[in-house]
Design a binder for this molecule. Sequence first.
Ligand SMILES: C[S@@+](CC[C@H](N)C(=O)[O-])C[C@H]1O[C@@H](n2cnc3c(N)ncnc32)[C@H](O)[C@@H]1O
Length: 297
Amino acid sequence: MNKMNKPCCGGNPEETFSPKSTAEIKQEVKQRYDIFAKEGGSAEGCCPLVGKGTESFALEHGLYSQEDLALIPKLAINLSRGCGNPTSFANLQPGEVVADFGSGGGIDLVLAAHKVGPAGKVIGIDFAPNMSKRSKEVMEEAGLFDRTEFILLDIENPKVPDDIADVVISNCVINLCPCKPCVYKQIYEILKPGGRLAISDIVIIGEVDPKIREYFQSIWSGCTGGAIPEDEYFKIVEEAGFRQVKVVARHILGPKELEEMASCPGKKFSPAFSKEKLAQFQGKIVSTKFVAVKPKE
Ligand SMILES: C[S@@+](CC[C@H](N)C(=O)[O-])C[C@H]1O[C@@H](n2cnc3c(N)ncnc32)[C@H](O)[C@@H]1O
């Protein structure tokens, strides 16, 4: 079988492990999230940080509050695969234009659209056709379709429009992108001068055996395989031109969270590793939430 035609789902990653090309990784990520969206997602969350916060806990930790969840259609909750809530720390204002990089089923589009109000606009960018289709259904159901634009696009691709957004948000997406500098370049391009970003993503802290990282990369779509060391990550953000990079919340994934996150968007799509392999990553996978600014000049 041609490597590119490998089935999308199932299989034990420890048996089928082989390093993947960038094209294979992107194809796999797109295919898995697309099928997940076509099936309507799952009530069984793989990203346990969603929906657990009380109001003050949520604000302090960059998570969804009960008040947020009450605004979101069930379809968007079932499709949600984030690792935080960037709308809780993006300081969104009425009338602003917000672009969501890897908007998935639209959970953050809904919250952002409420915050920017009828004078503002939200732009959902995703490369999985069924995710884009589902997010349209979600925005329609939420009554927010008229303030939303949808762009079916690879966020690593230099085709995003220039200087149109006040804010870029992204939730657990950039870890999935093989070329992180490419994504931050596109975020920089789409932002107006003086614009800002609010990102929730997954990074690695401390030493991890390179062999174990290679194994994890065999399930890249699980949101841990493509994670890179935190200092490397923030160097990329600064090299793209962003300033005032500030971490607003940080959470080291516990054992259950790590197991679930490594199987995103679900075990059927990204089968879990053995407990022994996961243990070698324990305490080293972090959900980080941060903001930064594109300088005016
Ligand atoms: C883990 S899900 C998160 C979705 C959403 N942000 C949320 O919080 O529920 C990752 C999403 O990013 C999209 N994605 C991954 N890589 C992408 C790329 N290179 N270009 C555009 N979308 C991408 C996937 O299709 C999927 O919808």
